[in-house]
Design a protein around this ligand. Structure first.
Ligand code: SF4
Ligand code: SF4
Length: 319
């Protein structure tokens, strides 16, 4: 049988925001949604991508000379980057990365085998056990590479490592089921509750997402709902009221985590030659965050703003 491989754009050890305890988060490249506020734009394309970091670039031109495809040129000022990449001409050979003396060019995305990822995860097994942590598959959307995630989770569970799936919820039921069988906890993103607005803003309606959430709840795997609070989009009273009502009717025992807005990913848009659509947006005030949380508490739903402790929720399979 062929070795399983996946396109991974980051493996983050000692992560504490992606489920209980200390975790290793594996970020899978490729996502079916296009949220304009995405903090990981490098996660969207399923393919390897070249990125240029303007602030590190010396303007030496070694990359331009090294490129065999003529895909690089100097910027001409007027808002252009120091080095401009013709992404249609680039064949991802990596010669520019090797030639750059400043480390200003890099790839996002690397094809890794299941053994490579598993061996990386095993390095911190002691920390997982002592902190009631484990491994999280995030992205991007890990369910786009479901066979790999299922095999990885199965191997982890065999040696007692807790597994968490961090998903946008948009996936075929068959792919979801493959992974769910080996999953201890699901972090499930909910964004816009209105299906028309969801399609207009994110590119797909939320029908599949809602169906999959119902399916996971029915199947019995513990779920934490995560709602990114995006100014004027998801953080409106109407959207959060609809989310709270939906969750309270589905399963009031589910925990809700609210993620305040940040623009940490904005620089990566520039590195990838992409446009960030929320420039100028600012994070919510403490008062606004308190109001958002209150909406869920009023519906009898356990709710926290990210940064508060996720431990001691009975959501980890370790005692
Ligand atoms: S990866 Fe290769 S083809 Fe693409 S810009 Fe760099 S040197 Fe040119
Ligand atoms: S080789 Fe590196 S430092 Fe030199 S121009 Fe290219 S990206 Fe900038």
């Amino acid at each position: 049988m062929a070795t399983l491989t996946a396109n991974i754009f980051n493996i983050q050890r000692f992560s504490t925001e992606d489920g209980p305890g200390i975790r290793t988060t594996v970020f899978f490249k490729g996502c079916p949604l296009r949220c304009p506020w995405c903090a990981n734009p490098e996660s969207q394309s399923p393919f390897q991508q070249l990125a240029h970091r303007e602030s590190q670039c010396l303007g030496c031109g070694s990359c331009v000379k090294a490129c065999p495809a003529g895909a690089l040129r100097f910027g001409r000022g007027e808002g252009e980057s120091k080095i401009v990449i013709d992404r249609n001409a680039c064949n991802n050979c990596g010669a520019c990365i090797d030639a750059c003396p400043a480390g200003a060019i890099r790839f996002y995305g690397k094809i890794m085998t299941i053994d490579e990822v598993y061996n990386e995860i095993k390095k911190d097994v002691g920390y997982y056990f002592s902190s009631q942590g484990g491994i999280t598959a995030g992205g991007g959307e890990p369910l786009l590479q479901a066979d790999f995630v299922a095999e990885l989770f199965q191997r982890c569970q065999k040696i007692g490592i807790h597994t968490t799936l961090d998903t946008c919820g948009y996936a075929r039921l068959s792919e979801l089921d493959k992974v769910l069988k080996h999953t201890n906890l699901v972090l499930f993103d909910l964004k816009l509750m209105d299906r028309v607005q969801h399609k207009q803003v994110i590119g797909k309606s939320n029908d599949v997402i809602i169906r999959n959430l119902r399916h996971i709840v029915k199947q019995g795997t513990p779920v934490i709902i995560r709602i990114p609070l995006i100014p004027g989009f998801t953080d409106t009273e109407e959207n959060l009221e609809r989310a709270a009502l939906f969750i309270s009717e589905l399963d009031r025992t589910m925990h809700v985590d609210l993620l305040p807005y940040h623009n940490y990913g904005e620089n990566k848009y520039r590195m990838l030659g992409m446009k960030y659509q929320l420039t100028g947006s600012t994070t919510q005030s403490k008062e606004k965050l308190r109001e958002c949380k209150e909406i869920f508490l009023r519906h009898g739903i356990d709710c926290e703003v990210q940064g508060e402790s996720l431990k001691d929720k009975g959501l980890c399979n370790k005692s």
